[in-house]
Structure formats: C-alpha cells, structure tokens
Design a protein around this ligand. Structure first.
Ligand code: MIG
Length: 884
C-alpha cells in the first residue's frame, strides 16, 4: 500500500558520483533521497558468465537488514568492472570483454544495461525505487540530526495509518518490531513483450499485464481448493522472471524472501532509429517494452540480471547462482501411488499386490499423516502399523519403496521425544513475546521447528538416522508437506509475520524460505543416514529459488476437474523454467472424484511429466488405477508402461538438468527461440529436445490442435513412426487410447524394450533406439546410465554417458564422457530409423575390435521406417551400424 502511493515519474533519488569507488569486486557509490536525505549504498558487480548484480542497502542502517543466506551456492566470482567514463551526471562502466556497458545516470538515479550497443534493461527508469530506511520506534525517538528528523517527518506526514509499526489483518495484529522496511524498484525490459516465471500461481505460462488487477504475489500459502487464474501466491515462490524475444533471453532474479509483489506492464514505445539526417530522425518504429516492478516487504534490494543471451545460457546463469537439479534416484522417476490415506499394513500390501495382479508397474507407495501416532511425525500408529519394518521388508523384496510424510509442525506433548528435545534446546520459532510460537495444525496445538537455524537443521537431519527413526529402513523416503508453513487459524493460514526466528529475524523476513530449509534438512538427513552414499528423495510442497538441489516439488491440492488438468501444464512449465525440473501435479486431481475419462487423460499427461504420482484426498473415493473398469485399466496400464519404457530418455534428461541446468520439461519457445508462434504456447511442451507432447485436456476430445513448429523441422508420430505431412497447427485425431506425442527429426531417443514391475526389475532389460532423421538424414542423441541410486557417479565416476550419431547412413555409438565408467551387461536390442528414404540391401553391425556381422531388418515402405533387430550390441562398447 505504501509503495503503491509512489507513481511512475521522476525518481527522488540522485546518485552522488563523487562517492564512486571501484575494486576488483565491485563499483560502489551512494544515492540520496532528495526529501529524506537518507543515503543508500549501491553496489554493482559483474559476475562471471554474463551476470550483473545490483545491491542497494542503507549506507548506515540502524540495524543490519536481512540478506537472504543459503540460497546462493557460493559467493559468486566477480570480474572487475571498468569505469570507462565519468562526467557531468553520467558514470559509464564496462565489462572486461567490453560486451556490456552499464550507464549510471545521476539525476534522477537510473541504471541502463547495454549489450553491444543494444539497451537490454534499465532500472528505475520509471522512478519507482523505494526504500524505507529503518527508524527507531516512535516511542524512543529523540530529535537528533536534522536529517533524521526530516526523514521521520516525511514518513509521518505521507504515510500515517499505513501500517508502519503495526497492522491489523482480520483479528490478527502484526506488530512490526523494527518498523517499516519495504523495498522496491522497477525494471524496463527493452524489446520484450513475453515474460515468464515467478512461480507459483495457477496462471498462464505467459505472464499477464497486471495494470488493471492484482499484482503477482510471492508469498507461500496453503490455499486449499485454490482457484484457477489467480495471482495470489500458493505454496512456493521463485523470484525469477525470464523475458524472451527472438534473438535474446534475459532474466531478473530478485533475491528476497519476504512477501513480494510483482507488477507487469507491457506496452509499445517509439524507438528512434539512429540516423544523422533530420528527415530520417523523424522515422520511428514501435517496439515492445515490458516494465516489471518488484516490491518486497523487507530486506534489501539484491538483484541479479541474467544476460543470456540464449534461454539455455539464462538457465545456466541461474544454476550457477542457486545450483542445479539434484539427480533423482531412478526409482523416483517411476510411478508413485499415494492416497490420504493408505490405512494400514494390510492395505499397503493389498494395493501393492493389486499392481502386480493388474500388471501395472509402480515404484513407490506413500503413507500420509494417518500412519503416525497422533500426527507425531517420525512415529507409527501402533495399531495400524504394528510392524513397519516387516512391511518395508516386504516392499523391498518386491523391489519397491515407501515414502512417508513428515510435516514441520510438532505436537505439543512433553512425552513426545521430538517435542521434548526441541523444546529443551530452544529449537522452535518464538512468538513476539519470546515464548514458543504455538499454532494449530494436524497434531492440534503445535510448535514449529526453526529450520532457519543451522543447528536445528543438523539436529533434524539426525532424526532420520535409522536408529533414531524407529521402524524406518533404507527404502523409506520422505515427503515434506504443510511447510509454507501452514498454521490453521493463523493469518492467511500461515505463521504470523512477527514471530521470531534464529538470530532474532522476524518471520516476515524469512517466510518464503521456510519450506526450502525443511527440505534441505530432510535431504541432508537422508544422505547422512546412508553415510553419504545414497541419493535422497524428498518431495516438498513449499519451495524457493534453489529448492531444486534438494529434490522434487508438486503443485499441491488441485481439484479433479478438467480445468485443473489443463492448468497443470503451464504451472509445471513455469516451475521448470525457475530451475526446478523435478515437478508434478497430483494425477487425477486431489480434491473430489474424477470421472474415469479425466483420470485416464491425467495418467496419460502425468506419464510424460517429470514427477508422476497419483494422489487423492481423504474424502475422495479409492482411486487405484484398476478400479474404473477393464478398458480404463488397460489404457492406464499402457500409459504407465509407456512411462517406464521411456525412462532411459527421462533419466538422461535429468542428468542434463543436473549437469547443465537444462529443464526436463520446457516450453516450445525454449527449443524454437526464433519462432514467435511458439511464444505463448502453453498446453503443449517439449520433453527434452526430442519429444513434443500435447496432453488431451478436453472432455470427449476427438481432435487436438497441435502446433508442430519450424518449417525446416520434420516431426514423426512417436508411436506409429509415421512422418507428419505438414508442420504448423494440425488437427490431430485422438481416441481415448492415445495422446499426441511427436519425435523431432534429428534426434535419437533411448528406450527400454519393455517395462517391468518397477525400475529395479528393469535393470537388465535391453535398450532400443529411436532414430528420427532430419532433412539432412542426420540425428544425434545421448544415453546416461549409472547405478540409479548412489553418489558413486559423482565420487567414483561410475557412470556411462553415451552418444549416438546418425550420419551418412551410419549409426555410431561412442563415449560422450571418457571420465566415466560403469559395468553393465545390458545390450541394445533394436534400432528403429524413422524417415529412412529407401529399402536397404544389407545392414551390418560391428563393435570396436569385433567382427562385422549382418543385421536382420525389416523396412516399412509406407512409413519409411527401418527396424533393426537382434542386435545384442553392448551398451558400454563403441559400435557402428552401416546401412547399405
Ligand atoms: O490440508 O496430509 O497437499 O497432498 O494429502 C491437507 C494430508 C494436508 C495437504 C497436501 C496433501 C496431503 C494432505 N495435506
């Protein structure tokens, strides 16, 4: 409310260019507010890899302001910025290689960032820089320096009744111990009218203009039955916004964990063509421009400008700051069966057996909150789960896993060890009076662990040790829910902002980090219980920038309606763009009961999304995949089996996400950055660079409009192998059995030849390659393999990374990373070449050092597909197949 009183116009800030100092690390100077005379310190950094960082803090704050810790994986490596020019009112800085120039204008204060002469972004060009300096509370304010007096008068006069020191929210009173401290500024993104990112909202992929409505809000909340197309924040936040135009992608990463609002306004502005003659100067053209205004309740301004220039560069830049996706254990890419609740040990066994009886693969069964002894996490209900170890041994024999829920609220019960210990050690968040903060959640009156404290995180991680967590075994993994944190009867169902954390920081400062920290501690616990050997799996509902390092996220309580299936696609794409590749939505819809057709369509969609879990609410009817009649069971079986067959490709994509920050699921524009028709496509997407997927999200659909982009591309039906006749938007006929999936020409996809009961049953199943030729009759692809569960790939380089190239009718398998080695007896059994022009006369295969042998093949003239069988070519050997 206070910031919104400031309208676009001339900024009241002026840069004091006499104060400029520069070092290898940064360039610093001060800016002053004309009325309050408060000085702010500006620091500008160039970070290796085309990143710029701008920090603005008070020059001499009353107390230190909150600076988000633990999100950046390390202190970024800076490069010296050179002062290339300093004269009346302008400070010009240039990057080491001279590609980038930063222009700081003194009056009004404004920063412009240019890449090779092109203005890409500017800051404060709308004059919306806003910075509330910390003041002593009105009660102990004594007039001292003149400046200070002027400053407080300014605020008193202009902002009376705007909740400076306390604010009512319904029946809640938020007492702001340190007074107003909000910050904000605007960025103009030149030439851009497509912006994306800043999850999580139930919104379109393309961010909307907010001029006549609500700003996008980043404030992690548990909103049960959330509406669709709403800018209120749910569960998680990543303050990263991406902007794209045909020749460039850029990003703005606003590192602030307090409640944040983002206003977006796209417009066309006149651009002057540079020219000398007067007649020519009059020539103008309209270019788009997007203004993005960030407003945060507290903290400092700390913003990273990611200069791309490609989308993949931007992803790398963000990962360089916040880390890449953790490599998931392979089982977690299989299908997960969840429900609130699988009742007891018999239920778990019966559901597990149901999958075998219906020949449906699955990897993990989940236990929700009712498995505990009265919602005391890390315990078991003594009646329903009398022998959890035995139950897990049973699952282990079936080569399957168990995930249990572990929420952050701790039941107030002195006989509950976890509570008693945490209480004793002072590990709970405090209320404003210094008592343990008490809220209500599933466990009744509860306290909340203060995960922002590193000591608490360590202690919490230790709770996962096998000997401490009674009844847990090494097939048990963890689900962190309610970690926004959710507080029933709390303001907006969360913790009051004036609660107090570690080091005396108020909750308002750290709110959006709470879930991030719980997942961090949980993942650490799972790693530690295995003495550092095994990869963890932790699903979290709440998240922040960097959560990708700790596991997976899901989109929370969606509803079993078609519109929620549909919106899940842009929601997952947005989360993926924000660095979190391992994401999914509850298959079937959590709330309510899906009609069978919707459930089938949701399985088909989920099978081609990164995290694949069926889940349902307590009040929903049972929803195991075989409960909807033989025909639907068969279609769901087919969808899940297809997922399992595709796992080699998916796992390879996760390896790329882990090592190169490439999102697994990506919007079309990322793959086709020059094709403007892809920029707003949100109901279809690319899985890696090779598969285009368009889930069916309409009831009784007979056709689906699919955009196959790129006139120079060739697309193939992924299952029928047929080359698509046209590119552009096509009406693709669909039946209930299929969803439109296409393979892009020029790619090679590795698959398993068949599915098994779970990923672990599939280790020895042979592989096949789908080689889809492009217009030059070429294709390339990759396959990553390791043991699927440990850190040996990292510590001992036990992995295989293979590369496939099809060129001049020769398919070659070679090593893509010589540093890795992994023993496997697996073979390639089949190769299918799509778009192969003519019937071959003979085909030979030869392994390096081995002799050439003839290959049996069949050729389908109608669809130009060549199938090579009985190959038995080792996965870990170099080999060649020659087609003559
Ligand atoms: O408010 O643990 O989003 O997946 O089943 C309900 C019970 C609490 C919310 C989660 C949902 C989970 C449920 N939880």
């Amino acid at each position: 409310r206070r910031q919104k009183l400031l309208c676009p116009g001339k900024s009241s800030y002026q840069a004091l260019l006499d104060s400029v100092t520069s070092s290898d690390e940064n360039v610093k100077f001060q800016i002053i507010h004309e009325e309050t005379k408060v000085l702010l310190q500006v620091e500008i950094y160039e970070i290796e890899g085309n990143i710029f960082r701008l920090k603005i803090d008070e020059a001499s704050p009353l107390r230190a302001r909150y600076k988000v810790p633990d999100v950046l994986i390390k202190e970024p490596t800076t490069q010296r910025l050179f002062i290339s020019h300093k004269e009346a009112g302008i400070l010009a800085l240039s990057s080491v290689n001279g590609d980038y120039k930063l222009q700081v204008r003194a009056n009004p204060f404004q920063v412009e960032l240019q890449s090779k002469g092109e203005t890409v972004m500017s800051m404060n060009s709308n004059g919306l820089l806003y910075f509330e300096h910390l003041q002593p509370p009105p009660s102990d304010r004594k007039p001292t320096a003149q400046n200070e007096e002027a400053a407080s008068d300014y605020f008193k006069e202009k902002q009376e009744d705007l909740g400076l020191w306390q604010e009512k929210f319904g029946s809640f009173l938020d007492i702001k111990a340190h007074g107003p401290s909000s910050v904000g500024v605007d960025f103009s993104l030149h030439g851009y009218d497509h912006v994306y990112g800043i999850p999580q909202h139930t919104e379109t992929l393309l961010l909307k203009n907010t001029s006549d409505g609500d700003a996008y809000r980043l404030y992690n909340l548990d909103i049960f039955g959330h509406k669709i197309h709403d800018k209120i924040g749910i569960y998680g936040s990543v303050p990263l916004l991406l902007a794209h135009k045909p020749n460039r992608t850029s990003g703005v990463f606003w590192l602030n964990s307090s409640e944040t609002l983002v206003d977006i306004s796209t417009k066309a502005v006149a651009e002057h063509m540079s020219s000398t003659s007067a007649a020519e100067t009059a020539k103008q053209r309209a270019v788009p421009l997007t203004d993005v205004r960030w407003m945060s309740e507290s903290g400092i301004i700390d913003v990273f400008l990611l200069m791309g220039p490609t989308a993949f560069d931007t992803f790398k830049q963000f990962a360089q700051l916040t880390g890449t996706q953790a490599l998931p254990p392979l089982f977690s890419l299989g299908y997960h069966q969840c429900r609130w609740n699988y009742e007891d040990e018999q239920d778990v066994k019966a559901v597990d057996a149901g999958f075998d009886a219906h020949d449906i693969p699955y990897d993990v069964i989940w236990l929700d909150i009712e498995h505990t002894d009265g919602k005391r996490y890390f315990t078991w209900d003594k009646k329903k789960f009398q022998n959890p170890r035995k139950m897990q041994e049973h699952l282990k024999k079936k080569k399957r896993k168990l995930v249990v829920i572990v929420d952050p609220h701790i039941k107030i019960d002195p006989t509950y060890t976890l509570y008693a210990q945490a209480k004793d050690k002072g590990y709970f968040v405090k209320d404003r009076n210094g008592q343990d903060f008490e809220g209500i959640c599933w466990s009744g009156s509860s306290c909340y662990l203060d995960f922002t404290n590193p000591e608490v995180r360590k202690w919490y991680a230790d709770q996962f040790a096998f000997k401490t967590y009674k009844g847990s075994t090494n097939i048990l993994f963890v689900w962190n829910d309610m970690n926004e944190p959710s507080v029933f009867k709390g303001a907006e169902l969360t913790m009051q902002k004036d609660a107090v954390h570690y080091n005396n920081w108020e909750h308002r400062e750290v709110h959006n980090l709470y879930g991030f920290y719980q997942q961090m501690a949980t993942a650490e616990g799972l790693i530690r219980r295995s003495s550092g050997k095994e990869r963890p799996f932790v699903l979290t509902r709440s998240f922040f920038a960097g959560s990708q390092k700790y596991g997976a996220v899901w989109t929370g309580d969606n509803t079993a309606e078609w519109s929620y299936l549909k919106i899940s696609i842009p929601m997952l794409l947005t989360i993926s763009l924000a660095g979190i590749s391992f994401c999914g939505a509850d298959v079937g819809g959590f709330i309510g009961d899906p009609e069978p057709e919707l459930l089938v369509r949701w399985y088909q969609a989920g099978a081609y999304q990164p995290f694949f879990r069926g889940h349902s609410n307590m009040e929903s009817k049972r929803r195991e995949p075989w409960l909807f009649g033989e025909k639907n069971t068969q279609i769901i079986r087919k969808a899940i089996r297809e997922r399992y067959v595709l796992l080699p490709y998916l796992y390879t994509l996760f390896y790329r996400a882990h090592t190169a920050a490439e999102p697994v699921m990506r919007p079309l524009w990322v793959e086709f950055p020059g094709k403007t028709e892809t920029f707003d496509v949100e109901y279809e997407y690319m899985l890696g660079n090779a598969l285009l997927v368009h889930p069916v999200t309409e009831k009784e659909a007979k056709t689906v409009s699919v955009l196959l982009p790129g006139s120079e591309e060739i697309w193939y039906d992924f299952r029928k192998f047929k080359r698509m006749e046209d590119a552009g938007t096509l009406k693709i006929p669909v039946t209930l059995e299929n969803l439109p999936v296409f393979q892009r020409g020029g790619t090679v996809i590795p698959l398993k030849t068949t599915a098994g009961k779970s990923t672990e049953w599939m280790i020895d199943i042979s592989y096949e390659l789908h080689v889809a030729l492009d217009t030059e009759a070429c294709a390339v692809g990759e396959l990553y393999i390791d043991d699927g569960h440990s850190f040996q790939y990292l510590h001992k380089k036990q992995f295989l990374y293979r590369k496939f190239t099809f060129h001049k009718n020769i398919l070659t398998s070679s090593c893509a990373d010589e540093s890795g080695q992994y023993q496997t007896s697996c073979v390639f059994e089949r190769v299918i070449v799509l778009g192969f022009g003519k019937q071959p006369t003979f085909v030979t295969a030869s392994s390096k050092g081995g002799k050439e042998k003839e290959v049996v093949f069949t050729y389908d003239t109608k669809i130009s597909a060549l199938m090579l069988g009985n190959l038995a070519l080792s996965v870990d050997a170099d080999w060649q197949i020659c087609i003559n």
